[in-house]
Structures are given as structure tokens and as C-alpha cells.
Design a protein around this ligand. Structure first.
Ligand code: ZN
Length: 271
């Protein structure tokens, strides 16, 4: 599943190139997770003024309104001067005078939704519950500690929920908790201030590095330039059950938390 770093890498791969492009057509394929919410023809003639990211949404700002794009479980975007004929898994072609932005999404959990503004009901329905961005100044350690104090669930579940801080998905939660020496099952409210500070630093570090390296190598993830990331090649715990911990050689364990697999080192990560 594309996580925050992959979405950010995707954004950077086409944001500059699509800027000021004029929309000539918007062709939608099979139904995605949510309907577009507007007649595609009404967007013809609009200009793309920029591409922002909020959580795992890409926000294509138009000179009037915006498009919110989500890659779902298996989506990828490709922006190219020309595209081949749309295949069975290509569900959006945003045709502009600078190229065609194509959404390829075999599982169709992705979405393309139009909204009149950030503050509109349409946009807030998708963005309103999101926590702070981990990679800008809004992610502050004291506020993070205060928010965690109020949560009785396991720290990994709290991170995955995304309502305190966005973008710490399954891979990055496992990796950041390893880096911070925290067992994923530890109750969030029980974490001491120094441990929260270590976790805060680990989240920033693991996500920053993943963005720098081009996102993680997940089955379907390819940035809009067609480049594959390689973060997973050097994961400390994710996907390594039974293999020796890179720090202490104890076999890495896995467990299920809320139907997602968590990986941890029973020696390096304390409850
Ligand atoms: Zn270890």
C-alpha cells in the first residue's frame, strides 16, 4: 500500500511539470472508491496551479477548486507527455496541454474527488480527521506526548490510526518503534516522556529517509516517473520475521495487531 513517503515521492515526481497545465479532458474509467462529484467536462479549461500533499492525499489545486487524489491499496500515478491507450486498470486520465496524468489502480480503492475548496464539506470529509504532518514544523514533541497520554490502545495502533500524526503506516510504524526501542504492544498512555521523544525523532527520521530514498519498494509502487523505491531493502524489522535482528541477532518476531502484521525485536524493544 502506498504510504506517505511514496505519495510524497509521487508528488515531487510531477508537481513541477504539471504546474500551469491547462486541462483539456478528464476521462474516468471504472468506479473508484468515491465518485468524482462533478461533471468531468466542467473541469475542461481549468489550470493546475500546484500539487500539495496532505497525509496520503495529493491535492491538485486548480484555478478554481481542487482535485483530491488517493492511491488506495494499489494505485500509482504516471505523468507523461503522451500515454498509450488506457488499459483495464487505468481509471483516470487527466489530459492537459503538458501531458497526461494517469491513475493505474488494479484494486480500485483509490479515489479522485473534486472539491470547491480545502474548507468545503467535500474536502473536509476526507481531510478533516487527519492528524498533523510529521515532516513539517507542526509535529511537535510536547503535543505528541500529551496526545499519547490520552490513548489506552497499543502504540502501534495509535500511530496507524493517523489522527494524532498522519503517514505512519504499517512499515514505518514498525521501523520507527524499533528505532525507538519500544514494543509495538505497549499502551500509548504508558510511554514516558523520554521514550516519546525518541519515538518522535524516529518517526521523523524514518519518513525523511524513505522520502529521500524514493519510497519503499512495495509490489505496485512506482512513482510518477516510473522509478522504483528501495527503502524496504534496508528495513530493520519489517518483513524480517525469523531473521536475526541487525543490532542484537535475536530472531525478529511478528504478530497481528488489528489485522496488520507487526514486526519487532523482543530484545531491543521493551514493553
Ligand atoms: Zn534486537
Amino acid at each position: 500500500m502506498p504510504e506517505l513517503p511514496e505519495v510524497e515521492v509521487t508528488r515531487r515526481s510531477f508537481a513541477d511539470r504539471i504546474q500551469l497545465a491547462r486541462i483539456a479532458d478528464l476521462r474516468m474509467g471504472k468506479p473508484l472508491r468515491w465518485p468524482l462529484g462533478v461533471d468531468p467536462l466542467s473541469l475542461v479549461g481549468r489550470r493546475v496551479v500546484g500539487v500539495r500533499r496532505r497525509g496520503k492525499y495529493l491535492l491538485l489545486d486548480l484555478d478554481e477548486g481542487l482535485l483530491l487524489l488517493h492511491l488506495g491499496m494499489s494505485g500509482s500515478l504516471n505523468f507523461a507527455p503522451v500515454q498509450s491507450a488506457a488499459g483495464p486498470h487505468d481509471h483516470m486520465d487527466l489530459v492537459t496541454d503538458k501531458g497526461v496524468l494517469r491513475l493505474h489502480d488494479p484494486r480500485r480503492f483509490g479515489a479522485v474527488v473534486w472539491a470547491p475548496s480545502d474548507g468545503s464539506t467535500q474536502a473536509q470529509k476526507l481531510l478533516g480527521h487527519l492528524g498533523v504532518e510529521p515532516l513539517d514544523g507542526g509535529f511537535e514533541v510536547n503535543a505528541f506526548a500529551l496526545a499519547l497520554k490520552k490513548r489506552q490502545s497499543a502504540i502501534k495502533q495509535v500511530l496507524l490510526a493517523g489522527d494524532i500524526v498522519v503517514g505512519v503506516g504499517n512499515i514505518y510504524a514498525s521501523e520507527a518503534l524499533f528505532m525507538a526501542g519500544i514494543r509495538p504492544t505497549t499502551k500509548a498512555s504508558r510511554l514516558s516522556k523520554p521514550r516519546v521523544a525518541r519515538l518522535h525523532a524516529a518517526i521523523v527520521q524514518v519518513l525523511t529517509r524513505a522520502v529521500q530514498q524514493g519510497g519503499s519498494t512495495l509490489k505496485d509502487f512506482v512513482s510518477a516517473e516510473g522509478r522504483t523505491g528501495y527503502f524496504q531493502l534496508e528495513a530493520a524489522v519489517y518483513g524480517r520475521a525469523g531473521e536475526p535482528c541487525r543490532v542484537c541477532a535475536t530472531p525478529i518476531r511478528s504478530l497481528l495487531q488489528g489485522q496488520r502484521t507487526t514486526f519487532y525485536c523482543p530484545t531491543c524493544q521493551k514493553p
